[in-house]
Design a protein around this ligand. Structure first.
Ligand code: IDP
Ligand code: MG
Length: 168
């Protein structure tokens, strides 16, 4: 049975709230031709792509994006890595997409990232970890506003063209 987002399954049961999160394929992911792989994993999980663009990330966006890390010793190298080539920024929507996408990308450090996660399958080092995903609903809201104009996000209607709902 299909249960619409936002409708409680039963009294006291889970509520389906839709979330959005920012996912970005970092320059090493683009260089290694992993853009399609990242998109495929989110699509196959059933999440909905509502925004996507390739860009050479401007320094002011990177500085704000990584503002919490400014005092870390690796910060200058991080900014230079993130500026080393284009990134593909995306906004994905779906039930608990923030937490689910963190699980899908895996641990920051490639050594700790579980096989089957994006980082666990492809990352070679903590400083070259392929992909970014927001780490909280509030962080996602902030990052989506930072990377995208409202007009760049598309609220498309789900036509139900999935295997699970295909007629006949
Ligand atoms: P996250 O990307 O898993 O959320 P954060 O701790 O928010 O991890 O760090 C942001 C990014 O900074 C990491 O994805 C990685 O690219 C880089 N980074 C974090 N820790 C290190 C480090 O110890 N050495 C080099 N780069 C690091
Ligand atoms: Mg982070």
């Amino acid at each position: 049975m299909f249960i619409a987002p936002g409708v409680p399954r039963a009294a006291g049961g889970p509520t389906w709230t839709q979330e959005r999160t920012l996912v970005a394929v970092k320059p090493d992911g683009v260089q290694r031709r992993l853009v399609g792989t990242v998109i495929q994993r989110f699509e196959r999980r059933g999440f909905k792509l509502v925004g996507m663009k390739m860009l050479q990330a401007p320094e002011n966006i990177l500085a704000e994006h990584y503002q919490d890390l400014q005092r870390k010793p690796f910060y200058p190298a991080l900014i230079s890595y993130m500026s080393s080539g284009p990134v593909v920024a995306m906004v994905w929507e779906g039930y608990n997409v923030v937490r689910a996408s963190r699980a899908m990308i895996g641990h920051t450090d490639s050594t700790e990232a579980a096989p089957g996660t994006i980082r666990g399958d492809f990352s070679i080092h903590i400083s070259r970890n392929i992909v970014h995903a927001s780490d909280s609903v509030e962080g996602a809201r902030r990052e989506i506003q930072l990377w995208f104009q409202n007009s760049e996000l598309v609220n498309w209607a789900d036509g139900g063209h999935h295997n699970s709902s295909y007629p006949g």
